[in-house]
Ligand binder design. Structure first.
Ligand code: NAD
Length: 258
C-alpha cells in the first residue's frame, strides 16, 4: 500500500511513455511501468527505484484484454488503487492505402484502438470502486486531427482514439472519471526512427530527411522531446485539469502542414 497517488503508464519502457513515467514520479505519483518488452519495462522501473521512487514493472500486451485487466489487478494488489491510467502504448505504420493488407490493419487497430478500449474497461471497473477522482489519459496524435499521406492506417486509429475519448468522457463522468488525450506532433523517439526509415523508402529520401522535412513545418522551430509531451500529461494527471474532459489536445509546437 502507498499513501501516494498511483499511476499506470502503458508502453513506458521507452520514448514518450518513459518520459511520462519519470515526470509523474517526480510529481509524486507511484508509477507502474508496463511494456510489451520485459527488459525495457524492468530497467525503467529499476531506474525509478534507483532514484528512490516506488515502482514496479508489469510485462503485458495492451491488445490482450486479459493482460490489461491483470495489469490493473497487480497494481491494486500492490498499491491498493489506481488514480491515473495512461493508455500510451501505440505503434505506427507507413504505407500507401492501396498497399495496406488485412494483417496490417488488424495489427495496428489491435494495439492503438482495442488496447485503449481494454485499458479504459479495466481501469474504470477499479476507479468506480474508489473514492476520489480518476483520470484516464490516452495517446492520440496530430494524425488524429488530420490525415497525412502514407500514414492512413495510423491516422485511422488515432481518429478512433479521439472518438473513444469523447464517448468514455461522457459515459464515465458519473463515476468521477475524466478522460482526455494528448496529441503529440513530431517527437524524437524510436517510433519516428521507424517512420523515417519507411518514408525514406517510399519517398526516395536519405535516412533522417523525412524527420527533418516534417520538423521544418513546426512553428516553434524544433521537433518535440518526449519531455514536452510529459509536461502536458502531468497537467492532465493533476487536479488542475479536474474541469477538463473529453478533449484531445495538440501538444505539437504548432505543426502547420496545411
Ligand atoms: P516508441 O515506439 O518509442 O515506444 C512505444 C513503447 O510501447 C515501446 O516501449 C514498445 O515496446 C511499447 N509497446 C508497443 N506495443 C505494445 C503493446 N502491444 N503492449 C504494450 N506495450 C507496447 O513510441 P513513442 O514515440 O514513445 O509513442 C508513444 C505513443 O505516442 C504512441 O501511442 C504513439 O502513437 C504516440 N505518438 C507518438 C508520436 C511521435 O512523434 N513519436 C507522435 C504522436 C503520437
Amino acid at each position: 500500500m502507498t499513501k501516494q497517488k498511483v499511476t499506470v503508464v502503458t508502453g513506458s519502457g521507452q520514448g514518450i511513455g518513459r518520459a511520462i513515467a519519470f515526470r509523474l514520479a517526480s510529481d509524486g505519483f507511484t508509477v507502474v511501468i508496463n511494456d510489451l518488452n520485459k527488459e525495457l519495462a524492468e530497467s525503467t522501473a529499476q531506474e525509478l527505484r534507483d532514484q528512490g521512487k516506488e515502482s514496479f514493472a508489469v510485462q503485458g500486451n495492451v491488445s490482450n484484454r486479459d493482460d490489461q485487466f491483470s495489469l490493473v489487478k497487480q497494481t491494486v494488489e500492490k498499491y491498493g488503487r489506481v488514480d491515473v491510467f495512461v493508455n500510451n502504448a501505440g505503434i505506427a505504420q507507413v504505407a500507401p492505402l492501396l498497399e495496406v493488407r488485412e494483417e496490417d490493419l488488424e495489427a495496428i487497430f489491435k494495439i492503438n484502438v482495442f488496447g485503449v478500449i481494454y485499458g479504459i474497461q479495466a481501469v474504470a471497473e477499479q476507479m468506480k470502486k474508489q473514492d476520489g477522482r480518476g483520470k484516464i489519459i490516452n495517446a492520440c496524435s496530430i494524425a488524429g486531427h488530420k490525415g497525412y499521406s502514407l500514414l492512413g492506417t495510423y491516422s485511422a486509429t488515432k481518429f478512433a482514439v479521439r472518438g473513444v475519448t469523447q464517448t468514455a468522457a461522457q459515459e464515465l463522468a458519473q463515476y468521477n472519471i475524466n478522460v482526455n488525450s494528448y496529441c503529440p506532433g513530431i517527437v524524437g523517439t524510436k517510433m519516428w526512427d521507424l517512420v523515417d526509415a519507411k518514408m525514406a523508402e517510399y519517398m526516395g529520401l536519405e535516412i533522417g530527411e523525412a524527420f527533418k522535412k516534417f520538423s521544418e513545418g513546426i512553428t516553434l522551430g524544433r521537433p518535440s522531446d518526449p519531455e514536452d509531451v510529459a509536461k502536458f500529461v502531468s497537467y492532465l494527471a493533476s487536479s488542475d485539469s479536474d474541469y477538463m474532459t473529453g478533449q484531445s489536445v495538440l501538444i505539437d509546437g504548432g505543426v502547420d502542414f496545411s
